[in-house]
Write a protein that binds this ligand. Structure first.
Ligand code: GTP
Ligand code: MG
Length: 355
Protein backbone atom coordinates (compact mmCIF):
# COMPACT_ATOMS: atom_id res chain seq x y z
CA UNK A 1 0.00 0.00 0.00
CA UNK A 2 1.45 3.32 -1.06
CA UNK A 3 0.33 6.60 0.48
CA UNK A 4 1.41 9.86 -1.12
CA UNK A 5 1.63 12.96 1.06
CA UNK A 6 0.63 15.98 -0.99
CA UNK A 7 0.18 19.59 -0.07
CA UNK A 8 1.17 23.16 -0.62
CA UNK A 9 4.74 24.19 -0.01
CA UNK A 10 5.56 24.39 3.67
CA UNK A 11 2.35 22.69 4.82
CA UNK A 12 4.39 20.23 6.86
CA UNK A 13 4.47 17.17 4.58
CA UNK A 14 8.02 16.25 5.49
CA UNK A 15 7.25 16.90 9.14
CA UNK A 16 4.24 14.56 9.01
CA UNK A 17 6.31 12.05 7.04
CA UNK A 18 9.00 12.06 9.72
CA UNK A 19 6.44 11.87 12.52
CA UNK A 20 4.78 8.85 10.89
CA UNK A 21 7.85 6.92 9.82
CA UNK A 22 10.48 7.95 12.37
CA UNK A 23 12.51 9.08 9.39
CA UNK A 24 14.77 12.08 9.67
CA UNK A 25 14.32 13.82 6.37
CA UNK A 26 15.34 17.48 6.50
CA UNK A 27 12.53 19.89 7.31
CA UNK A 28 12.98 23.40 6.05
CA UNK A 29 11.24 26.73 6.53
CA UNK A 30 12.09 27.72 2.95
CA UNK A 31 12.74 24.76 0.74
CA UNK A 32 13.82 25.23 -2.85
CA UNK A 33 11.10 22.82 -3.91
CA UNK A 34 13.62 20.75 -5.81
CA UNK A 35 14.32 17.89 -3.45
CA UNK A 36 13.46 14.36 -4.54
CA UNK A 37 10.49 12.83 -2.81
CA UNK A 38 11.27 11.05 0.46
CA UNK A 39 10.21 7.43 0.61
CA UNK A 40 9.88 5.17 3.64
CA UNK A 41 8.53 1.64 3.97
CA UNK A 42 7.04 0.91 7.35
CA UNK A 43 5.59 -2.34 8.60
CA UNK A 44 1.96 -2.34 9.62
CA UNK A 45 1.91 -3.03 13.33
CA UNK A 46 -0.75 -5.64 13.89
CA UNK A 47 -0.94 -7.36 17.25
CA UNK A 48 -2.68 -10.30 15.61
CA UNK A 49 0.51 -11.07 13.69
CA UNK A 50 2.47 -10.99 16.94
CA UNK A 51 0.03 -13.37 18.64
CA UNK A 52 0.04 -15.78 15.69
CA UNK A 53 3.80 -15.66 15.65
CA UNK A 54 3.90 -16.63 19.33
CA UNK A 55 1.56 -19.51 18.60
CA UNK A 56 3.30 -20.91 15.51
CA UNK A 57 6.90 -19.92 16.30
CA UNK A 58 7.67 -19.62 12.57
CA UNK A 59 11.10 -19.12 11.07
CA UNK A 60 9.86 -15.87 9.58
CA UNK A 61 7.22 -13.32 10.56
CA UNK A 62 6.16 -10.94 7.84
CA UNK A 63 4.01 -7.89 8.44
CA UNK A 64 2.11 -6.02 5.77
CA UNK A 65 3.89 -2.82 4.81
CA UNK A 66 2.92 0.73 3.97
CA UNK A 67 5.05 2.90 1.78
CA UNK A 68 4.91 6.62 2.53
CA UNK A 69 5.98 9.03 -0.16
CA UNK A 70 6.58 12.65 0.78
CA UNK A 71 6.33 14.86 -2.28
CA UNK A 72 7.82 18.23 -2.95
CA UNK A 73 5.29 20.93 -2.17
CA UNK A 74 2.92 22.47 -4.59
CA UNK A 75 3.65 26.16 -4.95
CA UNK A 76 1.09 28.91 -5.02
CA UNK A 77 1.85 29.48 -8.69
CA UNK A 78 -1.09 29.46 -11.07
CA UNK A 79 -2.03 26.08 -12.47
CA UNK A 80 -1.01 26.92 -16.04
CA UNK A 81 2.60 26.90 -14.92
CA UNK A 82 2.35 23.23 -14.15
CA UNK A 83 2.52 23.15 -10.39
CA UNK A 84 3.30 19.46 -10.18
CA UNK A 85 6.53 18.45 -11.87
CA UNK A 86 6.23 15.59 -14.32
CA UNK A 87 8.20 13.35 -11.94
CA UNK A 88 5.74 14.16 -9.18
CA UNK A 89 2.80 13.50 -11.50
CA UNK A 90 4.25 10.14 -12.46
CA UNK A 91 4.65 9.25 -8.81
CA UNK A 92 1.17 10.36 -7.83
CA UNK A 93 -0.17 7.89 -10.37
CA UNK A 94 1.62 5.09 -8.54
CA UNK A 95 0.00 5.85 -5.20
CA UNK A 96 -2.89 3.79 -3.82
CA UNK A 97 -4.15 6.66 -1.69
CA UNK A 98 -3.42 10.34 -1.24
CA UNK A 99 -3.06 12.25 2.01
CA UNK A 100 -3.46 16.00 1.74
CA UNK A 101 -1.35 17.75 4.35
CA UNK A 102 -2.89 21.12 5.13
CA UNK A 103 -1.22 23.89 7.09
CA UNK A 104 -3.03 24.96 10.21
CA UNK A 105 -0.27 26.91 11.92
CA UNK A 106 1.05 30.44 11.64
CA UNK A 107 3.97 30.84 9.28
CA UNK A 108 6.28 33.86 9.29
CA UNK A 109 6.27 34.05 5.49
CA UNK A 110 2.86 32.75 4.52
CA UNK A 111 0.96 34.21 7.45
CA UNK A 112 -2.28 32.83 8.85
CA UNK A 113 -3.43 29.41 7.72
CA UNK A 114 -6.21 29.03 5.16
CA UNK A 115 -6.88 25.29 5.33
CA UNK A 116 -10.22 25.14 3.50
CA UNK A 117 -8.91 27.27 0.66
CA UNK A 118 -5.77 25.11 0.44
CA UNK A 119 -7.79 21.91 0.24
CA UNK A 120 -9.83 23.41 -2.58
CA UNK A 121 -6.71 24.51 -4.44
CA UNK A 122 -5.09 21.10 -4.36
CA UNK A 123 -8.30 19.35 -5.30
CA UNK A 124 -8.63 21.72 -8.26
CA UNK A 125 -5.06 20.95 -9.21
CA UNK A 126 -5.68 17.20 -9.15
CA UNK A 127 -8.86 17.63 -11.18
CA UNK A 128 -6.91 19.57 -13.77
CA UNK A 129 -4.43 16.73 -14.01
CA UNK A 130 -7.28 14.32 -14.65
CA UNK A 131 -8.98 16.61 -17.12
CA UNK A 132 -5.85 16.99 -19.13
CA UNK A 133 -5.27 13.21 -19.21
CA UNK A 134 -8.87 12.59 -20.25
CA UNK A 135 -8.79 15.29 -22.92
CA UNK A 136 -5.55 13.98 -24.36
CA UNK A 137 -7.05 10.54 -24.70
CA UNK A 138 -10.24 11.94 -26.25
CA UNK A 139 -8.17 13.74 -28.88
CA UNK A 140 -6.46 10.50 -29.80
CA UNK A 141 -9.77 8.74 -30.08
CA UNK A 142 -11.05 11.52 -32.37
CA UNK A 143 -7.97 11.13 -34.53
CA UNK A 144 -8.63 7.41 -34.71
CA UNK A 145 -12.20 8.08 -35.86
CA UNK A 146 -10.88 10.30 -38.63
CA UNK A 147 -8.68 7.49 -39.81
CA UNK A 148 -11.71 5.24 -39.88
CA UNK A 149 -11.08 3.41 -36.61
CA UNK A 150 -14.61 3.66 -35.31
CA UNK A 151 -14.72 0.51 -33.25
CA UNK A 152 -17.32 -0.49 -30.67
CA UNK A 153 -14.73 -0.39 -27.89
CA UNK A 154 -13.51 3.10 -28.82
CA UNK A 155 -17.08 4.37 -28.84
CA UNK A 156 -17.62 2.94 -25.38
CA UNK A 157 -14.40 4.46 -24.14
CA UNK A 158 -15.33 7.84 -25.54
CA UNK A 159 -18.71 7.74 -23.87
CA UNK A 160 -17.17 6.94 -20.49
CA UNK A 161 -14.50 9.61 -20.85
CA UNK A 162 -17.03 12.27 -21.86
CA UNK A 163 -19.08 11.63 -18.76
CA UNK A 164 -15.97 11.85 -16.59
CA UNK A 165 -14.95 15.02 -18.38
CA UNK A 166 -18.37 16.56 -17.66
CA UNK A 167 -18.11 15.72 -14.00
CA UNK A 168 -14.58 17.08 -13.70
CA UNK A 169 -15.72 20.25 -15.44
CA UNK A 170 -18.33 20.59 -12.72
CA UNK A 171 -15.60 20.21 -10.10
CA UNK A 172 -16.60 16.72 -9.14
CA UNK A 173 -13.68 14.35 -8.52
CA UNK A 174 -13.97 10.90 -10.08
CA UNK A 175 -14.05 9.15 -6.70
CA UNK A 176 -17.44 10.76 -6.06
CA UNK A 177 -18.96 9.46 -9.29
CA UNK A 178 -20.91 6.23 -9.37
CA UNK A 179 -19.08 4.44 -12.16
CA UNK A 180 -20.43 1.46 -14.03
CA UNK A 181 -18.15 -1.56 -14.25
CA UNK A 182 -17.72 -0.66 -17.91
CA UNK A 183 -16.49 2.82 -16.97
CA UNK A 184 -14.26 1.42 -14.24
CA UNK A 185 -12.64 -0.80 -16.83
CA UNK A 186 -12.09 2.06 -19.25
CA UNK A 187 -10.25 4.28 -16.77
CA UNK A 188 -8.36 1.67 -14.75
CA UNK A 189 -5.18 2.03 -16.75
CA UNK A 190 -5.09 5.82 -16.48
CA UNK A 191 -4.52 5.84 -12.72
CA UNK A 192 -6.30 9.17 -12.45
CA UNK A 193 -5.51 11.02 -9.19
CA UNK A 194 -9.06 12.09 -8.31
CA UNK A 195 -10.12 8.45 -8.56
CA UNK A 196 -7.79 7.61 -5.70
CA UNK A 197 -9.06 7.55 -2.13
CA UNK A 198 -8.09 10.73 -0.36
CA UNK A 199 -7.77 11.84 3.23
CA UNK A 200 -6.93 15.18 4.75
CA UNK A 201 -4.34 15.67 7.46
CA UNK A 202 -5.00 18.93 9.24
CA UNK A 203 -1.56 19.87 10.49
CA UNK A 204 -2.20 22.04 13.51
CA UNK A 205 0.05 24.00 15.75
CA UNK A 206 0.51 22.26 19.09
CA UNK A 207 -1.10 25.20 20.87
CA UNK A 208 -4.44 24.75 19.07
CA UNK A 209 -4.30 21.00 18.44
CA UNK A 210 -7.55 19.33 19.48
CA UNK A 211 -9.46 22.62 19.52
CA UNK A 212 -10.48 22.65 15.89
CA UNK A 213 -13.74 20.72 15.93
CA UNK A 214 -15.72 23.21 13.81
CA UNK A 215 -12.98 23.25 11.17
CA UNK A 216 -12.63 19.47 11.24
CA UNK A 217 -16.40 19.14 10.86
CA UNK A 218 -16.28 21.42 7.84
CA UNK A 219 -13.47 19.39 6.25
CA UNK A 220 -15.24 16.13 7.06
CA UNK A 221 -18.26 17.19 5.03
CA UNK A 222 -16.23 16.20 1.97
CA UNK A 223 -13.28 14.17 3.19
CA UNK A 224 -12.14 11.69 5.77
CA UNK A 225 -9.77 13.68 7.94
CA UNK A 226 -7.41 13.41 10.86
CA UNK A 227 -5.73 16.11 12.91
CA UNK A 228 -1.99 16.09 13.54
CA UNK A 229 0.27 18.27 15.62
CA UNK A 230 2.98 17.63 13.09
CA UNK A 231 5.93 19.41 14.58
CA UNK A 232 5.20 18.14 18.08
CA UNK A 233 4.61 14.60 16.83
CA UNK A 234 7.83 14.63 14.86
CA UNK A 235 9.63 15.40 18.09
CA UNK A 236 7.73 12.57 19.77
CA UNK A 237 8.89 10.12 17.12
CA UNK A 238 12.47 10.75 18.30
CA UNK A 239 11.67 9.63 21.86
CA UNK A 240 11.36 6.08 23.06
CA UNK A 241 7.81 4.74 23.14
CA UNK A 242 7.18 5.09 26.88
CA UNK A 243 8.39 8.64 27.00
CA UNK A 244 6.38 9.50 23.90
CA UNK A 245 3.24 8.07 25.48
CA UNK A 246 3.51 10.43 28.44
CA UNK A 247 3.67 13.43 26.13
CA UNK A 248 0.83 12.06 24.05
CA UNK A 249 -1.34 11.81 27.15
CA UNK A 250 -0.55 15.43 27.94
CA UNK A 251 -1.75 16.47 24.51
CA UNK A 252 -4.65 14.03 24.55
CA UNK A 253 -3.25 12.26 21.46
CA UNK A 254 -4.77 8.79 21.56
CA UNK A 255 -2.59 6.99 19.05
CA UNK A 256 0.74 7.58 17.34
CA UNK A 257 0.87 9.57 14.09
CA UNK A 258 1.78 6.38 12.30
CA UNK A 259 -1.25 4.48 13.64
CA UNK A 260 -3.72 7.25 12.89
CA UNK A 261 -2.43 7.59 9.38
CA UNK A 262 -2.37 3.88 8.56
CA UNK A 263 -5.74 3.20 10.19
CA UNK A 264 -7.38 5.91 8.15
CA UNK A 265 -5.59 4.70 5.02
CA UNK A 266 -6.95 1.17 5.55
CA UNK A 267 -10.38 2.68 5.97
CA UNK A 268 -10.42 4.86 2.87
CA UNK A 269 -8.87 2.09 0.80
CA UNK A 270 -11.34 -0.43 2.19
CA UNK A 271 -8.52 -2.81 3.08
CA UNK A 272 -8.78 -5.79 5.37
CA UNK A 273 -6.11 -8.23 6.51
CA UNK A 274 -5.95 -11.98 6.25
CA UNK A 275 -3.17 -14.23 7.48
CA UNK A 276 -1.23 -17.25 6.37
CA UNK A 277 0.35 -19.34 9.11
CA UNK A 278 2.76 -22.23 9.45
CA UNK A 279 6.09 -23.23 10.90
CA UNK A 280 7.81 -21.54 7.96
CA UNK A 281 6.10 -18.22 8.02
CA UNK A 282 3.35 -16.21 9.65
CA UNK A 283 2.32 -13.43 7.37
CA UNK A 284 -0.25 -10.67 7.01
CA UNK A 285 -1.77 -9.80 3.64
CA UNK A 286 -4.15 -7.10 2.44
CA UNK A 287 -7.18 -7.40 0.21
CA UNK A 288 -10.13 -5.11 -0.36
CA UNK A 289 -13.26 -5.62 1.68
CA UNK A 290 -15.54 -7.77 -0.48
CA UNK A 291 -12.67 -9.57 -2.21
CA UNK A 292 -12.99 -13.31 -2.64
CA UNK A 293 -10.82 -16.27 -1.75
CA UNK A 294 -9.64 -16.21 -5.35
CA UNK A 295 -8.50 -12.57 -4.96
CA UNK A 296 -6.72 -13.54 -1.76
CA UNK A 297 -4.97 -16.37 -3.61
CA UNK A 298 -3.90 -13.91 -6.32
CA UNK A 299 -2.54 -11.53 -3.68
CA UNK A 300 -0.20 -14.30 -2.55
CA UNK A 301 0.84 -15.58 -5.96
CA UNK A 302 -0.72 -15.78 -9.41
CA UNK A 303 -0.11 -19.56 -9.44
CA UNK A 304 -2.35 -19.97 -6.43
CA UNK A 305 -5.16 -18.18 -8.23
CA UNK A 306 -4.60 -20.06 -11.47
CA UNK A 307 -4.64 -23.48 -9.85
CA UNK A 308 -7.10 -22.65 -7.07
CA UNK A 309 -8.89 -25.69 -5.65
CA UNK A 310 -10.24 -24.46 -2.32
CA UNK A 311 -9.39 -22.36 0.70
CA UNK A 312 -9.03 -23.85 4.15
CA UNK A 313 -10.24 -21.19 6.49
CA UNK A 314 -10.64 -20.34 10.14
CA UNK A 315 -10.76 -17.08 12.01
CA UNK A 316 -8.05 -15.44 14.06
CA UNK A 317 -10.46 -15.04 16.98
CA UNK A 318 -11.28 -18.74 17.05
CA UNK A 319 -7.61 -19.59 16.74
CA UNK A 320 -6.80 -17.54 19.83
CA UNK A 321 -9.87 -18.74 21.68
CA UNK A 322 -9.16 -22.45 21.16
CA UNK A 323 -5.41 -22.17 21.24
CA UNK A 324 -4.58 -23.91 17.96
CA UNK A 325 -5.77 -25.02 14.56
CA UNK A 326 -6.46 -28.43 16.13
CA UNK A 327 -8.66 -26.83 18.77
CA UNK A 328 -10.58 -24.94 16.08
CA UNK A 329 -11.10 -28.20 14.15
CA UNK A 330 -12.42 -29.96 17.24
CA UNK A 331 -15.03 -27.24 17.61
CA UNK A 332 -16.05 -27.73 14.00
CA UNK A 333 -15.03 -24.18 13.12
CA UNK A 334 -12.51 -25.08 10.45
CA UNK A 335 -14.09 -24.50 7.05
CA UNK A 336 -13.48 -25.34 3.41
CA UNK A 337 -14.42 -22.47 1.14
CA UNK A 338 -14.69 -22.09 -2.62
CA UNK A 339 -13.27 -19.37 -4.83
CA UNK A 340 -16.30 -17.09 -4.39
CA UNK A 341 -16.04 -17.01 -0.61
CA UNK A 342 -15.85 -13.39 0.59
CA UNK A 343 -12.76 -13.02 2.77
CA UNK A 344 -13.33 -11.54 6.23
CA UNK A 345 -10.91 -9.38 8.20
CA UNK A 346 -8.85 -11.72 10.40
CA UNK A 347 -9.34 -14.88 8.33
CA UNK A 348 -6.51 -17.38 8.40
CA UNK A 349 -6.31 -18.97 4.97
CA UNK A 350 -4.51 -21.88 3.43
CA UNK A 351 -5.02 -22.00 -0.32
CA UNK A 352 -5.08 -25.47 -1.86
CA UNK A 353 -4.01 -25.31 -5.45
CA UNK A 354 -2.74 -27.38 -8.32
CA UNK A 355 -0.82 -26.08 -11.33
N1 GTP B 1 4.15 25.36 14.32
C1 GTP B 1 4.21 24.36 13.48
N2 GTP B 1 5.12 24.37 12.49
C2 GTP B 1 5.19 23.35 11.66
C3 GTP B 1 4.32 22.23 11.77
N3 GTP B 1 4.59 21.34 10.79
C4 GTP B 1 5.60 21.91 10.07
N4 GTP B 1 5.97 23.10 10.60
C5 GTP B 1 7.03 24.00 10.11
O1 GTP B 1 6.75 24.36 8.77
C6 GTP B 1 7.96 24.40 8.01
C7 GTP B 1 7.85 23.51 6.80
O2 GTP B 1 7.75 22.16 7.21
P1 GTP B 1 8.04 20.96 6.21
O3 GTP B 1 7.67 19.71 6.92
O4 GTP B 1 9.41 21.05 5.64
O5 GTP B 1 6.97 21.29 5.11
P2 GTP B 1 6.82 20.63 3.67
O6 GTP B 1 5.38 20.62 3.35
O7 GTP B 1 7.55 19.33 3.62
O8 GTP B 1 7.56 21.70 2.78
P3 GTP B 1 8.04 21.55 1.24
O9 GTP B 1 8.64 20.19 1.10
O10 GTP B 1 9.01 22.66 1.09
O11 GTP B 1 6.82 21.76 0.43
C8 GTP B 1 9.08 24.00 8.96
O12 GTP B 1 9.68 25.17 9.46
C9 GTP B 1 8.35 23.25 10.04
O13 GTP B 1 9.03 23.29 11.27
C10 GTP B 1 3.37 22.23 12.86
O14 GTP B 1 2.59 21.26 13.03
N5 GTP B 1 3.36 23.31 13.66
MG1 MG C 1 9.07 18.69 2.29
Amino acid sequence: MKIGLLGLQGSGKTTVFNASTKAEAPVAAHSNGKAEPNVAVVKVLDERVDRLSELYVPRKTVYATVEFVDFVGLTEAPAEEGTFSSTAMGMIKNMDALALVVRNFEDALQGSPTPLQDIRQINDELMLMDLSAVEKRLERIEKGYKRGQRTESLLKEEKALRRIQDNLNQSRPIREMALSSEEEKVIRGFQLPTKKPLMVILNSDETNFGKNSPLMAEIEKDHRAVEFAGKFEMELSRLDDEEAELFMEDMDIKESAYRRLTNLAYEILGYISFFTVGSDEVRAWNVHRGDTALDAAAAIHSDLARGFIRAECFSYDHCLQYGSEKGVKEKGLFRLEGKDYVVQDGDILNIRFNV
